[in-house]
Design a protein around this ligand. Structure first.
Ligand SMILES: [Zn+2]
Length: 129
């Protein structure tokens, strides 16, 4: 359950950070005419908070990889919570037999499906050109 929430938070993290910065931009744009010091404070706060946002992302992703490794060792798939998962190859690659999700040895999920779709689209574009 915690891993599932963590996976969702990590997928939504970049969009949430962007939305917060976009909202700060809108507030700062309004402040330029009404309260210039507030706009300046928001710009400084935005630049200084960027390091903490990036650090938070790294910590959350490391936590997800750590919990994913535990689930994979227990034979459960972090993506669909079912399984079974096969671990084979060198370096070890975990593959879920239920949802075909693939995980690297460090616990991070591979984006093979999207990559294959992109490769297919490029191939189609080359064939038609
Ligand atoms: Zn799975």
């Amino acid at each position: 359950m915690v891993l599932r929430i963590l996976r969702f938070v990590n997928r939504a993290y970049a969009f949430a950070a962007f939305a917060i910065y976009l909202a700060a931009f809108v507030v700062a744009s309004i402040c330029v005419f009404t309260f210039p010091l507030g706009a300046l404070a928001l710009v400084v706060l935005g630049v200084l908070s960027l390091a903490f946002v990036a650090l938070g992302r790294d910590v959350l992703q490391a936590l997800e990889r750590w919990m994913s490794r535990g689930a994979l060792r227990a034979g459960r798939c972090p993506a669909c919570r079912m399984g079974p998962v096969d671990g084979a190859g060198s370096p070890r690659v975990w593959t879920c037999r239920g949802c075909a999700a693939r995980f690297e040895a460090d616990g991070s999920q591979m984006q093979t499906v999207a990559f294959e779709r992109e490769a297919d689209a490029e191939g189609d574009a080359l064939r038609t050109a």
